[in-house]
Design a protein around this ligand. Structure first.
Ligand code: AMP
Length: 282
C-alpha cells in the first residue's frame, strides 16, 4: 500500500493509473477502522484496479466539539488493517491540505427535506460538513466508484444527492452493515463503550428486530413506543429518535401503509456515546 499525505502526490499517482484506463474505487473514512470499513475495501477490490481509502477526521461535520475531541485515533493499527485487506492507496491528509482556505462554506448545499429530519434535525449542519468534505475528497480522488456503508443510511442518501447536484460521473455502491456477533453494528465509536455497555447496546439491534417482527401486526406508534421503552429500560439515557420511514425518501410511513419499502432508524445515547443503526424492512 502506498501512503500519500499530499494532494499533489496522490493525484500524480492516480492520474497515471487513470491514464492507463484503470478504474479507481474510493472508500472515505474517519479512521479507527473495523471490519465494516474493511468490507468496503474488499467490495471495491473486487471490481476496481486501484482501491483508495482516505482517513480524515473532518472537523466541519461535528456539531458537538466534545465528540470531535473524543473521536478515536488509531492510525498505526489502521495502516496494518488496510495493508492486510489489500488496500492499494491510503490518503492521509492534514486539515490544511483539505481546507487551505479555511472551513467556511461559500454556499450551502441544497439538501432539501433530507437535511430537516433524523440526523439532520438532531445534528444541525452535520450534513453540510459531510458534503463539504466529501465533495473535496471526490474532486481530489476522482474515483470511478464510491463505496459507502448502509450503517449511515441517511448519509449515503445525502451523498447520493451531492453527486447528483455536482453532476459527478461517479457510481455509488452501498455495502451492508457489518455487525458484531451480538448484533451491535460495528462503529468506530464502539471503542468508547465499556464491556458492560457493549452488552447493553445490543438493545438497539433487538429493538430493530422487534419492530421488524411485529411490523405488519402492530400500530407504528405502539412499535416505536415499545422500542423506546426497551432502550430506556436497558440504560440508554437519551433517545434522539426511533422512526419508521419510507426507505427511498425518509418521509414517515403512514399508519395504514405496510406496502411501501420502509427503513427503521434509531439514534440513542449510552453513557454519553451516541449510537446509530437502521434496518430495512423488505
Ligand atoms: P466513518 O469512518 O464512520 O466515517 O465510516 C466510513 C464508511 O464506513 C462510511 O461509508 C460508513 O457508512 C461505513 N461504515 C461504518 N460502519 C460500518 C459498518 N458497521 N458496516 C459497514 N459499513 C460501515
Amino acid at each position: 500500500m502506498i501512503l500519500f499525505k499530499t494532494i499533489e502526490g496522490l493525484q500524480n499517482y492516480l492520474l497515471q493509473q487513470t491514464n492507463d484506463y484503470q478504474s479507481i474505487g474510493f472508500v472515505p473514512t474517519m479512521g479507527a477502522l473495523h471490519q465494516g470499513h474493511l468490507s468496503l475495501i474488499t467490495l471495491s477490490k473486487k471490481v476496481n484496479a486501484i482501491t483508495t481509502c482516505s482517513i480524515f477526521i473532518n472537523p466541519t461535520q461535528f456539531n458537538d466539539n466534545k465528540d470531535f475531541e473524543k473521536y478515536p485515533v488509531t492510525i498505526e493499527n489502521d495502516i496494518l488493517l488496510l495493508e492486510k485487506a489489500g488496500c492499494d492507496v491510503l490518503f492521509l491528509p492534514s486539515a490544511d491540505e483539505i481546507y487551505p482556505n479555511g472551513t467556511t462554506l461559500k454556499e450551502k448545499y441544497d439538501l432539501g427535506y433530507l437535511e430537516t429530519v433524523l440526523e439532520g434535525k438532531f445534528r444541525p449542519n452535520h450534513f453540510q460538513g459531510v458534503c463539504q468534505v466529501v465533495q473535496r475528497l471526490l474532486e481530489i480522488v476522482k474515483p470511478t466508484q464510491l463505496f459507502l456503508g448502509q450503517k449511515d443510511y441517511q448519509q449515503w442518501m445525502v451523498i447520493r444527492r451531492l453527486i447528483a447536484l455536482m453532476e459527478m460521473p461517479i457510481e455509488l455502491i452501498i455495502g451492508p452493515t457489518l455487525r458484531e456477533n451480538s448484533g451491535l453494528a460495528m462503529s468506530s465509536r464502539n471503542v468508547r463503550l465499556t464491556e458492560k455497555d457493549k452488552i447493553k447496546s445490543v438493545a438497539i439491534y433487538e429493538s430493530l428486530q422487534f419492530i421488524k417482527r411485529n411490523y405488519t401486526t402492530s400500530s407504528l406508534e405502539l412499535l416505536k413506543h415499545q422500542a423506546i421503552s426497551n432502550l430506556l429500560n436497558t440504560g440508554f439515557e437519551k433517545i434522539d429518535y426511533v422512526e419508521i420511514c419510507n426507505a427511498a425518501t425518509l418521509e414517515p410511513i403512514k399508519e395504514g401503509d405496510r406496502t411501501t419499502k420502509a427503513v427503521i432508524l434509531v439514534a440513542a445515547f449510552l453513557n454519553g456515546v451516541r449510537l446509530i443503526d437502521n434496518m430495512v424492512l423488505l
